[in-house]
Design a protein around this ligand. Structure first.
Ligand code: ATP
Ligand code: MG
Length: 457
């Protein structure tokens, strides 16, 4: 029912909107056609879901190509982590072909086709955006809307880098190359399509993409693509926070976060990306902590382990939390309530500026909230901390604090041993319990930071 209803709505809208010229769309005359002999793409690296999606579209008479990062990765003989498909079918037409599919997106309408737990993103060829007073671009040149359908060739022009504008037809096993992307990849170059300044002005996020993709793929940013970066860095201030967040998340989880952050700093692009990252990267302890955390994440991702974004954001903001915590304590608030006030303050500030999704903040708070408990090594408390559902994340976080010099290494080592020990050995490791004193003291006379086990200051 719902599917039917949506179909109706979208078909109506699409008919009005489509400036698609199907006759044009198969014009590949300006593309180099590269055969298997030259591109040597290993078809085993392509997910069967992507192949089935292309076949499904082609069977209905549409064009369908694997496009973007996946083709680039295949040419470099990496296994792509996700597959995008470009087609001349409209979102509604795609939606009708695949039973398990849904139309998503406002800025770009595209279709997610689901196969088992894999999602293939299918987008209709996009055409040229209009300019000059049509409401599609901001004064700075930034494109606000980009949802006009077009031909295959037009679709290639509006992609960012030559290496990202390659179209692979798995049936014919051919790569269509409109902008010399294959030669650039061979020459190890990341080159912007068109005039780099205009392309960065249209979408400043491309500056971050240049840095991220060059770090991730080991491609050198081509001279003219590189030249305007520093001068245009301020354009990033204009980008909606949620887009910055998505791009930064990709960067942090690329397996090359350390190189990317270093490159961003060299290009003077890191200011204002994460409102508090600037501050953190300029405090010696904060910097050491953040870089250790990023290196850890990189190592995990490179050996195929997953990494939890909540953990990463908890590390990025920890030194801000510490600062606010100190302030609340100095104002006379008790130790633990002061920590909770600090956590909330930092999260609230970020929620406004960076749009950290709510789904991450609960875990971040759990990781932070657990930290004082690691400093309590007497009585039953260490045992109950071990059973905390997020113990592992809290413990990893503690180790980073020790490694960065914020806490004595001995504390981290104690927990490593304690978690591994037999129950008798654990009992022997506990520190003397002096907490009973606190029960005798009337509540209102308790000085602010009297929890005796905590050695944080
Ligand atoms: P990754 O391997 O990190 O996913 P990617 O190049 O595939 O890198 P995506 O964000 O998945 O990056 O984008 C898919 C494709 O969409 C890109 O290869 C590129 O062709 C196009 N694209 C993405 N972002 C932009 C942009 N800001 N401007 C122009 N084209 C873009
Ligand atoms: Mg991709």
């Amino acid at each position: 029912m719902i599917k039917r209803f949506l179909q109706k709505v979208f078909t109506k809208k699409a008919k009005a909107q489509i400036a698609i010229n199907r006759a044009d769309s198969s014009d590949t005359s300006s593309a180099k056609i590269i055969s298997t002999k030259t591109h040597k793409i290993n078809k085993n690296l392509i997910s069967s879901a992507a192949l089935k999606t292309c076949e499904g579209l082609q069977k209905e008479g549409f064009e369908a190509f694997i496009v973007g990062g996946a083709v680039r990765d295949l040419l470099m003989n990496y296994k792509p982590k996700d597959f995008d498909i470009a087609t001349n079918a409209t979102p509604e037409e795609v939606y009708k072909i695949f039973r398990r599919s849904r139309i998503i997106g406002r800025r770009f309408r595209l279709v997610h086709v689901l196969w088992g737990n894999e999602t293939i993103e299918v987008s209709t060829f996009r055409g040229h955006h209009q300019t000059d007073g049509d409401g599609q671009t901001a004064d700075s040149g930034r494109i606000l809307r980009d949802n006009i359908f077009g031909s295959l060739e037009e679709d290639a022009v509006r992609r960012d880098f030559t290496a990202n504008a390659l179209y692979y037809n798995p049936t014919r096993e051919e790569v269509l190359d409109f902008h010399n992307g294959v030669a650039d990849i061979k020459a190890n170059l990341l080159r912007m399509i068109g005039d780099p300044v205009t392309r960065y002005q249209e979408d400043p996020v491309r500056m971050l993409r240049a840095v991220r993709l060059s770090a991730k793929l080991g491609l050198k940013i081509e001279k003219n693509t590189q030249a305007p970066l520093q001068k245009l860095a301020d354009l990033l201030q204009d980008v909606p926070p949620s887009r910055l967040f998505d791009e930064m998340l990709k960067l942090f989880l690329s397996g090359h976060a350390v190189e990317s952050i270093n490159a961003l700093r060299e290009q003077h692009l890191h200011h204002g990306l994460l409102p508090l990252l600037d501050v953190v990267l300029e405090q010696p302890l904060g910097e050491r902590f953040v870089m250790l955390a990023l290196k850890n994440t990189d190592d995990r991702i490179r050996i195929g382990k997953s990494s939890n974004p909540s953990f990463l954001f908890a590390t990025l903001l920890w030194h801000e939390v510490l600062k606010a915590w100190e302030q609340y304590k100095a104002q006379g608030h008790n130790f633990i309530p002061a920590l909770h006030m600090a956590m909330n303050e930092i999260i609230d500030a970020q929620a406004q500026k960076l749009a950290i999704h709510n789904r991450f903040t609960a875990t971040m708070k759990e990781i932070w909230g657990m930290q004082p408990r690691f400093e309590q090594r007497a009585g039953k408390r260490p045992f109950s901390l071990l059973t905390h559902p997020r113990y592992r994340a809290g413990y990893d976080f503690l180790l980073l604090r020790c490694e960065s010099g914020e806490l004595p290494m001995e504390l981290g080592e104690w927990w490593t041993q304690f978690a591994d020990a037999t129950s008798e050995a654990r009992a022997a490791m506990l520190l003397p319990d002096t907490s009973h004193k606190k029960h005798r003291r009337p509540r209102d006379k308790k000085p602010a930071d009297s929890v005796e086990q905590v050695t944080h200051e």
